[in-house]
Design a protein around this ligand. Structure first.
Ligand code: FES
Length: 121
């Protein structure tokens, strides 16, 4: 297998994913919901930003996933909520397909800005 690039870890086989359904996996210690929909595969942190329940148990509608508890929807491309009560985005992760494997780089795209970790002398 060729190197998928830094940070990418195999999450599952592409054949494990069913169109229009979410699959809960753990990638490098992160809970991740993988969703195959609209001809693409998306990875979103499997924790609602409103109350910590798994998003993977919710319904998929186009490029959104609905939280089963209170009904907020999150855009799978950006992680942003499209409706109340959730107001905070959920991290989304880059996905690559390598042959029959789904690879995810589970570092949040919404991490704090790197400059906040700079130590001033
Ligand atoms: S727990 Fe997800 S919307 Fe409330």
């Amino acid at each position: 297998m060729t190197s998928p690039g830094p940070g990418f870890t195999r999450a599952c086989a592409l054949s494990d994913l069913t169109d229009g359904e979410a699959l809960a996996v753990e990638v490098a210690g992160e809970p991740v919901a993988l969703v195959r929909t609209e001809g693409e595969v998306f990875a979103i942190r499997d924790v609602c930003s409103h109350a910590e329940v798994p998003l993977s148990e919710g319904e998929i509608d186009g490029c959104t996933i609905e939280c089963w508890l209170h009904g907020s929807r999150f855009d799978l491309r950006t992680g942003k909520p499209t409706g109340m009560p959730a107001t905070e985005p959920v991290p989304v992760y880059p996905v690559r397909i390598d042959g029959g494997d789904v690879l995810v780089a589970p570092h949040p795209e919404t991490t704090p800005h790197p400059e906040t970790t700079t130590v001033e002398s």
